[in-house]
Write a protein that binds this ligand. Structure first.
Ligand code: NOJ
Length: 497
């Protein structure tokens, strides 16, 4: 493998800015709050932060409804705050990745306001308008159909998500050019990469044919995606050493890999087959092996099991009460697989989902529990805010907070730091070949050159027949290798040759 790029070496850490750190006491996290917490990120040796959207937004979908692609929403700060954050990150050798939302704007974006104002408006065709809807439905179940009637002009407009998020029409070259310019705006400011939100959605059947009974999806992942991606990549390649990672929310590994192939589309894709499968050693082994084989030399994997849209792994995989141990094992797995680990804020603290009382529910799609604010310290406001937090903290924040974990060498925070250091100091974990190993039922195992990684997916002690020297275990207090793996344990062993 050639010298790995910055986005291949270290983990990329997702920040959900509303919930990371609040500097001004309004209960919502902001950019200055992130800048003030960079020391925490430096101890995690991350390669980059990816910020969920910080652009001007009416916040119907908390930033994924963009009203100005080239400005910062006042709730998060100013462009100057963003410049300062980028500067401070770069001083610590941390890259900055922004979240770009190409499929839809906010209904408050000036483009949409123009588009909806009359059928003759020059921006009418920047969105998709029809006299009658087809059968497409919103990704958000609670929103129902993907079409909303607009009285001003007597037509329906298309929205793959909320009605407040009208879909941009990528079949229109003027839209493509305008969106490319929004990329240049951020790349010119020194941003190192972009995460492309809902990227498969920008490519739809231009004939807008019905979905029900159709042999394939008509509302996403149309073959035109590859041309759109190549256009985007050309813009990225006008700049040195930048990166794009796509949210490729598809359930077909072949299709996901097709977004990566040939070096002129995405650098990485978030693999939704991986994140959406049930907890089980065999399913994980198959998914990893399939991706490795499909991607071969042409694509670099990205591994993630948490983000701001999915219940946190500690809660999601807690069916037998081993959720906390499993989150630790997951960290070992993500750092030791061939590919880039994506860590969602709070995973390094082993946070569970928060309990959200009905009167505090704010999200349209039930995603509040995984978006609870980060507890930094014990005590009121948990160092996150001096005000009322926009969402409640997770239960157990008195002990799960970052400060308390920092003083406990057995904490998940310390485990994550050790993993990051180990990856930094062990080229085999970054660029070493990966080979699957059959280590018995319930165990997912593989080698990276002279290292063996084994993850016990079960809540039972299982036998492990390996000779070597223990490098690291997810189980606090394990000092040496034995003939078994503890329930939900993951470990890394240097094999005796
Ligand atoms: C995917 C984002 O991760 C999610 O939070 C958002 O609601 C949708 N795309 C729509 O932008």
């Amino acid at each position: 493998m050639p010298e790995p790029a910055w986005w291949q070496q270290r983990a990329i850490y997702q920040i959900y800015p509303r919930s990371f750190a609040d500097s001004d006491g309004d209960g919502v996290g902001d950019l200055a709050g992130i800048s003030a917490r960079l020391d925490h990120l430096a101890t995690l040796r991350i390669g980059a932060i990816w910020l969920s959207p910080i652009f001007t937004s009416p916040m119907a979908d908390f930033g994924y409804d963009v009203a100005d692609y080239c400005d910062v929403d006042p709730v998060f700060g100013t462009l100057a705050d963003l410049d300062e954050l980028v500067k401070q990150c770069h001083a610590r050798d941390i890259k900055v990745v922004l979240d770009w939302v190409p499929n839809h704007s906010a209904d408050q974006h000036p483009w949409f306001k123009e588009s909806r104002s009359s059928r003759e408006n020059p921006k009418r065709d920047w969105y998709t308008w029809r006299d009658a809807p087809n059968d497409w439905v919103s990704v958000f179940e609670s929103c129902g159909p993907a079409w909303t009637y607009d009285e001003t002009t007597g037509q329906y407009y298309l929205h793959s998500f909320m009605p407040e998020q009208p879909d941009l029409n990528w079949e229109n070259p003027a839209v493509v050019a305008a969106m490319h310019d929004t990329l240049r705006f951020w790349l010119d400011r020194g941003v190192d990469g972009l995460r492309l939100d809902a990227i498969a959605k920008i490519a739809k059947d231009p004939l807008l044919r019905d979905q029900i009974g159709a042999p394939k999806r008509h509302d996403e992942d149309w073959e035109s995606i590859h041309g759109f991606l190549r256009g985007i990549r050309k813009v990225i390649d006008e700049y040195d050493d930048r990166m794009i990672v796509g949210e490729v929310a598809l359930q077909d590994l072949h299709r996901i890999v097709s977004y990566l192939e040939s070096g002129d589309q995405l650098h990485m894709a978030h693999n939704f087959v991986f994140i959406d499968q049930d907890w089980g050693a065999e399913a994980y082994a198959d998914c990893i092996a399939d991706f490795e084989r499909l991607a071969e030399e042409t694509a670099w994997p990205a591994w993630f099991l948490a983000n701001h849209d999915k219940p946190r792994p500690r809660s999601r995989f807690d069916h037998d009460g081993f959720g906390a141990q499993r989150q630790r094992a997951i960290l070992v797995m993500l750092y030791a697989l061939r590919g880039t680990p994506f860590i969602y804020q709070g995973e390094e603290l082993g946070l569970p989902d928060a309990r959200i009382p009905p009167e505090r529910v704010v999200d349209v799609d039930g995603r509040d529990p995984e978006r609870a604010p980060i507890p930094w310290t014990p005590g009121p406001g948990h160092g996150f805010t001096t005000g009322e937090p926009w969402l409640p903290f997770v239960e157990g924040s008195e002990s799960l907070n970052a400060e308390t974990q920092a003083s406990d060498p057995d904490s998940t925070l310390h485990l994550t730091r050790r993993l990051a250091q180990l990856r930094d100091e062990t080229p085999a974990l970054v660029s070493g070949a990966q080979k699957p190993v059959d280590a018995g039922p319930d165990i997912l195992a593989w080698t990276r050159e002279d290292l063996l990684v084994a993850v016990n997916f079960s809540g039972r002690t299982v036998p492990l027949d390996v000779e070597g020297e223990l490098v690291l275990s997810s189980v606090a207090g394990r000092k040496a290798l034995s003939a078994s793996l503890e329930p939900s344990e993951a470990l890394i062993v240097r094999l005796t040759t």
